[in-house]
Write a protein that binds this ligand. Structure first.
Ligand code: 5GP
Length: 113
């Protein structure tokens, strides 16, 4: 777990622009934003990839999504629209192995092709 960068953000060992926090969820701005709004929503428990999710995590994943939709409203992008993305493993483009939901908005998103 020591190589878990996002756990270091949770533990305030490295700084981040935190925009939302509950007992179970943290959200902070991406260090290299790919859109005017680019926020990462993460659980506070260590889960490497979405492949590690089990039925016991159902409520937690719901909380991540609801945090993201709240943040989209706060950022003023809810009506225009936005994208939520979770990457998994190398072929999915995952770079940080602590699951995270990307909230991207503030510009027109292109197709996934
Ligand atoms: P992934 O490719 O794993 O889905 O996305 C990882 C994201 O984490 C990338 O968008 C990257 O810019 C972001 N990121 C990597 N290191 C840091 C960091 O130290 N702080 C913050 N705020 N974001 C980071």
């Amino acid at each position: 777990m020591s190589d878990d960068l996002f756990m270091k953000i949770i533990n305030r060992e490295i700084p981040a622009d935190i925009v939302y926090e509950t007992d179970e969820v943290l959200a902070f701005r991406d260090i290299a934003p790919k859109a005017p709004t680019h926020i990462l929503v993460i659980p506070k428990v260590h889960l490497r990839t979405v492949n590690d999710l089990e039925s016991a995590h159902t409520e937690l994943i719901g909380k991540l999504v609801l945090a993201a939709t709240d943040l989209a409203r706060q950022e003023g992008i809810a009506k225009e629209g936005y994208r939520l993305v979770m990457n998994c493993n190398p072929a999915g483009g995952q770079l940080v192995y602590h699951i995270h939901l990307h909230l991207l908005g503030g510009r027109q998103m292109r197709g996934l092709g």
